[in-house]
Design a protein around this ligand. Structure first.
Ligand SMILES: Cc1cc2nc3c(=O)[nH]c(=O)nc-3n(C[C@H](O)[C@H](O)[C@H](O)COP(=O)(O)O)c2cc1C
Length: 210
């Protein structure tokens, strides 16, 4: 799977199989987080790796009782420590730090999906509860909680905004009716056609087996 396919087929998964995850894959996910871009390459992102069942349950409770999170065999809590970034960038520092964390998170979600694992970006949590549970210092920002495991559900692609609605040409507000054909970009149409083709082949193969 290439990068574009990986980005387009990643889904938020909230149901995991009751099987462990290879630590080699978790290593690759952490490495992907470390390789994310960061303002001034200050690399202020930190990762708390959690496997203990009781701690996972406590985290799930802290995530406003999203208990499905505890059923992922591995949870990684992504934090940033903005002290250095604030020193370099003044009042922009804290925002940069959160953006550094977000870049790491997205890299990690993509790295998980590329290896056949599933996850979900969890941002709804009581920060103080998470802080207490994992002994995260007060100067650190908790950016996201990422449960990792093998998916035990298939979810449809949540509806995305059409390009025409969100892309302006040259200046804010300049919309183009069919921006895809303006750019000679048919990615979405091709992907849909490939998916329809795959479905048809699968159906045909099943019919032949009967
Ligand atoms: C900042 C942020 C916070 C989120 N928090 C939660 C959350 O607390 N619980 C949850 O189930 N999903 C959460 N999500 C996942 C979104 O619901 C999901 O990305 C969105 O519905 C699109 O689905 P997709 O990821 O499958 O494309 C969050 C996503 C982001 C970016």
């Amino acid at each position: 799977m290439d990068a574009i396919e990986c980005i387009l087929t990643r889904r938020s998964i909230r149901k995991f199989m009751d099987i462990p995850v290879e630590f080699e894959k978790i290593g690759n996910i952490l490495d992907a987080g470390i390789h994310a871009p960061s303002a001034g390459n200050l690399q202020d992102v930190k990762f708390v790796l959690v496997t203990d069942e009781n701690v996972r349950e406590s985290l799930a409770k802290a995530c406003v009782e999203q208990y499905w999170i505890s059923r992922a065999p591995v949870i990684i809590v992504v934090c940033t420590q903005p002290e250095k970034t604030k020193r370099f960038y003044g009042e922009k520092g804290e925002s940069f730090s959160v953006q550094n964390g977000a870049a790491a998170v997205q890299n990690m979600l993509i790295a998980a999906h590329a290896q056949g694992l599933a996850s979900c970006w969890v941002g709804a949590f009581e920060a103080e509860h998470v802080r207490r549970t994992l002994k995260i210092p007060v100067d650190a920002i908790i950016v996201a909680i990422l449960p990792f495991g093998y998916a035990d559900e298939k979810v449809p692609i949540p509806i995305r905004m059409p390009m025409e609605n969100v892309v302006f040409l040259g200046a804010w507000g300049n919309r183009i009716k069919d921006i895809a054909s303006y750019m000679e970009w048919y990615g979405e149409h091709v992907l849909r056609a490939v998916q329809a083709g795959k479905k048809a082949i699968k159906k045909f193969a099943e019919k032949m087996q009967k």
